[in-house]
Each structure stands twice: as C-alpha cells, then as structure tokens.
Design a protein around this ligand. Structure first.
Ligand code: ZN
Length: 67
C-alpha cells in the first residue's frame, strides 16, 4: 500500500514536470494556465488530470460543485 502511494506520487510529479515543459495551456480556451488562479487544491487536482483552467472548470462543472 505504501509503495503504491509512493509510485503514484512519483508519476504525478513526473506528469507535472512534462506539463511545465510544454507550457500549461488550457485545452478549452487555449489560455495559459497559472496555478495561482486556482481557488484550492481540488481545482489544481482537476487541472492536473484535465488541464482545464479555473474559468473553464467553472464552466464545465457549473456551480454544482460547491467548494
Ligand atoms: Zn480554460
């Protein structure tokens, strides 16, 4: 269990590195994504999996998600 978590975190970090290299742009609005624009880590996690900026996450998910 511990090992799994470790390698999971490692792959996350790797992905983040790749993103930094290839400029973080949102696939929806093509705007450059600044991690500081995210309201909390939940949105950052979503960004890491979908690449969506804060504005597009608001649009896509609407306000159903009440964070
Ligand atoms: Zn966007």
């Amino acid at each position: 269990m511990k090992m799994e978590k470790k390698s999971f975190l490692k792959s996350l970090r790797l992905r983040r590195k790749v993103r930094m290299v290839e400029e973080c742009t949102c696939p929806l609005c093509a705007e450059k994504v600044d991690k500081n624009e995210f309201r909390n880590e939940v949105f950052i996690k979503e960004f890491e999996s979908s690449g969506l900026c804060q504005g597009c996450q608001d649009t896509v998910f609407g306000y159903k998600v009440a964070w």
